[in-house]
Write a protein that binds this ligand. Structure first.
Ligand SMILES: [Zn+2]
Length: 572
């Protein structure tokens, strides 16, 4: 243990007042906190019969609110817990508090305030800087020692790409716990982050992410996103098509990225036309968004992105459904998707929203009805299902077809109303249905939050935002484990992500701001087989590095978390 890790512990011991008992996992709170004006629920699941609670100030233990009665226990089938509700919505004084339940114990600390999520938003967004490829990264004095050297500088065309020789390996974000870069998953991640800026820009444009570009006059969120856009642009062939991914042929060991000397290959489909339609469709959509988002800060870059999107669109028209599976000899993630029609629709809608040009609208109107069911109460957008993003962006475009936009709004309201109802009836007050406890369930939950916030933007209903906040509370600790699913956030965060950087850096704590994949009823990895097969789905989770199907991190799960947190920040 280093000096720097000892100091906070000593300070904590010196500062700890005598009344501060160890928090119990039986009381579940959002360990970051609650907005002053929003509902504030803590949940209790205890074998001890409990009926009352108080809210106490952390600094001196004084009762800040006399609290009241816990609700009668209700069974939550997804976790198997008996859950009681402690409602302290009436406490509005900003401060740091804990819940005390006589006979059960005290909770972790949490805050009440108007901007309680500001630091969590900053860490979740800054996590993309930690994922940067092709450059040295250093989180600086805030997280001393969290750094890596420039990595994966050698790129080449793989035999499956249709070309030979070296190919630039330029920038981008490592996808997840591995060091690969995948256009499809970059697509939804980068698109979600660009939407975050479009919808909540006034709240986040001044946040200093302490990245090398900070202070250059552009918002840091756009600076960070550009790092990945530059890589995506390098993946477009001269004919407009986009190769599927740039990775080594197999996963490297759990080593630092600069120690990974495997060549980063541009990998294609193995036969003509070598590029894939899903990758090219996602690329076109994202570059079209960039074409309107960067127009004020970097017009030359915005133009370049829009031209790239138009070229990609032209390629898709000639190659409407070239799908991708890993070619022989390649075993990194394949992000295989048998149907690229939703990616194509998303591209048409974003291109229309940016340019207002008729051909994109014509394509969208001819095909959108096939995707109306992708706005639904169960199953928010995901990397292989972007139909809902297409519909929403069209409905938010200027000059949109009124009938189509009205249909989309109607579908969105119906789905959101169902999600609100399901969430209110759920023991942990979350939007996940029982079948949603899949690989990356925390990402699914964050995407429900995003769905609710997008619907709120289209059809103003305070219930949608309030329900999205309930989903956020689960991710930040109000769950069956009383565990914050975001690294270095809250008093009891998960600690052992399946994440090469965190595993190989020799430091005790993981890199900050990363969302765990979360419970996965599929138990899809050997480590998870240690769990009893009959555990309820919400309990199918291990905070272990080996449990890749429950505890990996990924850019496409962090992105809706960034969106959801931005929606909870103060401002317009
Ligand atoms: Zn790298």
């Amino acid at each position: 243990m280093s000096d720097s890790t000892m100091k906070p512990i000593l300070l904590l011991l010196l500062a700890a007042p005598v009344f501060a008992a160890t928090p119990t996992l039986e009381i579940k709170v959002d360990q970051v906190g609650y907005l002053t004006t929003a509902a504030k629920l803590a949940l209790v699941s205890s074998h001890t019969a409990a009926t009352a609670f108080t809210v106490n100030q952390s600094k001196d233990g004084k009762v800040a609110w006399p609290g009241g009665k816990l609700s009668a226990p209700v069974e939550d089938p997804d976790s198997g817990d008996q859950v009681q509700v402690a409602d302290f919505s009436k406490l509005v004084k900003p401060g740091t508090y804990y819940i005390d339940v006589p006979g059960v114990g005290r909770s972790w600390d949490f805050e009440i305030g108007l901007d309680v999520y500001a630091n969590t938003w900053r860490l979740a967004m800054r996590s993309y800087y930690g994922q940067r490829c092709g450059t040295a990264v250093d989180l600086g004095p805030e997280f001393p020692g969290y750094k890596h050297d420039a990595c994966h500088l050698e790129g080449a065309y793989h035999a499956s790409s249709g070309k030979t020789g070296p190919h630039v390996s330029k920038g981008g974000w490592h996808d997840a716990g591995d060091y690969g870069r995948y256009v499809v998953n970059s697509g939804i991640s980068t698109g979600t982050l660009l939407w975050t800026y479009e919808m909540f820009g006034s709240r986040i444009k001044s946040v200093d992410l302490k990245i090398p570009e900070s202070g250059n006059g552009s918002p840091d969120i756009l600076n960070e996103i550009k790092w990945n856009l530059d890589w995506m642009l390098s993946m477009q062939d001269d004919d407009g098509g986009v190769w599927h991914k740039q990775t080594s042929e197999k996963f490297c060991d759990f080593i630092m990225p600069e120690k990974d000397k495997l060549i980063s290959f541009v990998i294609g489909t193995g036969k003509d036309p070598f590029k894939s339609t899903c990758a090219t469709g996602d690329f076109a959509a994202v570059m079209a968004i960039a074409g309107r988002v960067y127009v004020h800060h970097n017009p030359a870059f915005a133009t370049r992105c829009l031209r790239a999107a138009e070229k990609a669109w032209a390629w898709i028209e000639k190659n409407p459904n070239v799908t991708f599976r890993n070619p022989p000899g390649v075993s990194t993630g394949d992000y295989g998707d048998g149907n690229c029609a939703d990616e194509r629709l998303w591209a048409s809608a974003e291109l229309f929203r940016t340019t207002g040009l008729a051909p994109y609208q014509t394509y969208f109107l001819a095909h959108y009805t096939d995707f109306r069911k992708s706005i639904r109460p169960e199953g928010p957008p995901s990397w292989n299902n972007v139909g809902a993003l297409a519909l929403w962006t069209f409905a938010m475009a200027k000059g949109e077809d009124a009938v189509a936009a009205s249909n989309i709004r109607k579908d969105s309201i119906a789905a959101a109303d169902d999600i609100v109802k399901r969430t209110a009836a759920n023991g942990y007050r979350i939007s996940l249905a029982t079948t949603d406890y899949i690989w990356g369930s925390n990402g699914v939950l964050a995407n429900y939050g995003m769905q609710l916030l997008v619907t709120d933007a289209m059809a103003h209903n305070a219930l949608y935002r309030e329900t999205a906040l309930e989903d956020l509370h689960y991710l930040l600790g109000r769950n069956t484990f009383s565990l914050s699913f975001v690294t270095r956030v809250g008093e009891n965060p998960f600690k052992h992500p399946h994440h090469r950087l965190s595993a190989a850096d020799g430091l005790a704590d993981p890199w900050p701001g990363l969302l765990s994949g979360g419970p996965n009823r599929g138990r899809n990895d050997p480590d998870m087989k240690k769990l009893p097969a009959d555990l309820p789905p919400a309990k199918m989770y291990l905070d272990e590095q080996e449990a890749y199907a429950a505890n990996e991190v990924a850019i496409n799960w962090n992105a809706p978390l960034v969106f959801l947190l931005a929606g909870a920040l103060p401002g317009k």
